[in-house]
Design a protein around this ligand. Sequence first.
Ligand SMILES: NC(=O)c1ccc[n+]([C@@H]2O[C@H](COP(=O)([O-])OP(=O)(O)OC[C@H]3O[C@@H](n4cnc5c(N)ncnc54)[C@H](OP(=O)(O)O)[C@@H]3O)[C@@H](O)[C@H]2O)c1
Length: 266
Amino acid sequence: MNFTDRVILITGASDGIGKRLALDLAARGAVIIGCGRSEERLGAVLTELQCISPRSITIKCDVSSREEVRAMVRKVLAAYDAVDILINNAGIGMRKPFVETPLETIEELMRTNYLGTVYCTHEVLPSMLARGRGHIVNISSVAGHIGTLNMAGYCASKFAINGFSESLYHELKPRGIAVSVVCPGPVKTGFNRTFAETSPKSPKHLIISPESVSQTVMTIIENKRFEMITPRSFALICGIKRLMPGLFRAISSRLFRSHVFPEKNL
Ligand SMILES: NC(=O)c1ccc[n+]([C@@H]2O[C@H](COP(=O)([O-])OP(=O)(O)OC[C@H]3O[C@@H](n4cnc5c(N)ncnc54)[C@H](OP(=O)(O)O)[C@@H]3O)[C@@H](O)[C@H]2O)c1
């Protein structure tokens, strides 16, 4: 696919994977609309973006707010007529035993990760349907396939994105709209900063770069594939889980047990 002059709306473009994607797609000729909550971070991204793609803009928007999403998409459609590609990337994380997690945190995770994706898709979709073309890419996670210890709220939000994406794929394919979902394993961004000290920790050799995820997203768009799990080692792990769920659960349960009762390892 040629990205030249494609209008691409990326949520969570002020940092991490979204920022990398915005810059990489702009370098390939796309016009980027990047959103996020922090005006300061958006301003810094905009300065970089406009050097390579002068028609690109950033918009302050909290995707967990239906009203803010509606206002953002109205503004975008008024300025650009159409969104060719929507990348639902904005997300927050958490790692804590469920019982110690305030319900407000679980609600915030669901509102941002899952409902943020739903709100943006719902606002952008009618204009894509009217044109009979478009592509929606949802950034999920390996945690949308594997229920990982101490990540119940986060996993639930990503499992929800995977189900949402698969159902939408069937609904929209006949109408000319592609739907894809990208599931990265751990990525080296600021995302994990709030729970870096909490176990279990991701093995260092499995942590990938935002550049690598950005490349995967571009590949999925170019090839119109439904799903990519990255890196390959996690694709393999998810494949094993799909084929042998009982055995997979038994092995992971043994691995995670020492983190549930760390004192027994002393
Ligand atoms: N890093 C990982 O290990 C990893 C692994 C698998 C999947 N992912 C997924 O990849 C996506 C991006 O993560 P990342 O690693 O790039 O995280 P990051 O570096 O923390 O960046 C997250 C981005 O999302 C934005 N954001 C957060 N809440 C938002 C909201 N309510 N409304 C609008 N924007 C919001 C942030 O901007 P503001 O703070 O300015 O709003 C920021 O631009 C997430 O969906 C995450 O679940 C990450």
